[in-house]
Write a new protein. Structure first.
Length: 278
């Protein structure tokens, strides 16, 4: 178990429940040396995290992002590590994505009401301190006693095949990878096991410039890891990962740290990033 790096973490700037500062304080209690803040459609947590860790010389923070993409029938998420948060093309897109999230939240709440689930959209926006997402709607459902844990909302209503699922406008995987690369970031396929038929989608993503794949992810078994190590070897992708920590409070939720990629992979990531930033 490597506790060197955790490259997939969320904060209150998207659907995490810890502020960037709170997350860094938690991380400082672990042996982690390199972490990345990868909020959905927002880079707003990065500066706060860096500031919170500024007195800690043994913790490195990589600016990151997580983008949802549009693939029929499945969910493909792309991570960008070492993106330049000041890139205006990136920020313009992120702003659009966040507006699309608000529209989608409204539509989801309307759809839920047809199943006699009455959630106040204003409460959802209050819960969401940053980019609004389905977990905020799930949390509002918990508050009103419809379910016990946010996870349960996804099973029946909010998951891609759920009764109240609403899509939103996002980029294709190819476009998301290009956006990340143009912002000097290194693009990685997040949680590949969670995508249907991912092996068939990979050649196009690799062609667009995908550089990594998450292998050291949360609850992946040795079988999962060897499946995706084979993919990484075939396409010459670096093997990254992390806990995808959100502080949801779900029983058994893994805290930051234990699964992340080994130091050698972080060195490869840094080499790619330094080429991109030349
Ligand atoms: P959104 O950004 O609104 O598309 O919501 C995506 C987020 O919802 C993911 O990053 C997870 O945090 C959460 N999520 C997605 N699927 C599930 C699931 N099946 N169970 C619990 N949480 C999920
Ligand atoms: Zn999330
Ligand atoms: Fe994701
Ligand atoms: Fe994530």
């Amino acid at each position: 178990m490597s506790a060197y790096a955790d490259l997939h973490l969320h904060t209150t700037k998207s659907d995490g429940n810890l502020s960037p500062t709170e997350l860094i304080r938690l991380i400082e209690k672990t042996p982690l040396k390199v972490v990345s803040i990868t909020d959905h459609d927002s880079t707003e947590g990065i500066a706060e995290a860096i500031e919170a860790a500024s007195k800690n010389t043994s913790l490195e923070i990589i600016p990151g992002i997580e983008l949802g993409t549009d693939v029929p029938g499945t969910e493909i998420h792309i991570l960008g590590h070492w993106i330049d948060p000041t890139d205006s093309m990136l920020q313009n897109h992120l702003e659009e994505f966040r507006m699309g999230r608000e529209t989608r939240a409204r539509k989801t709440v309307e759809k839920l009401s047809t199943f006699d689930i009455d959630i106040d959209i204003n409460r959802v926006f209050e819960i969401a301190q940053g980019a609004v997402g389905r977990p905020h709607i799930a949390q509002a459902m918990v508050e009103k006693g419809y379910i016990t844990y946010p996870q349960q909302a996804f099973e029946k209503y909010l998951g891609k095949n759920g009764l109240a699922y609403v899509s939103r406008n996002v980029l294709s995987p190819r476009e998301a990878i290009t956006l990340i690369k143009n912002a000097k970031g290194v693009a990685t396929l997040a949680h590949p096991r969670e995508a249907e038929n991912v092996e068939a989608l990979l050649p196009d993503m690799v062609d667009a410039g995908l550089a990594g794949i998450e292998i050291y992810y949360k609850d992946y078994s040795e079988t999962d890891k060897s499946r995706f190590q084979t993919v990484a070897d075939r396409y010459n992708l670096i093997a990254l990962g992390g806990t995808d920590y959100h502080a949801f409070g779900t029983p058994g939720e893994m805290a930051p740290g234990p699964v992340g990629p080994p130091e050698a992979e972080i060195h490869k990531l840094k080499q790619l990033a330094s080429l991109a930033h030349k």
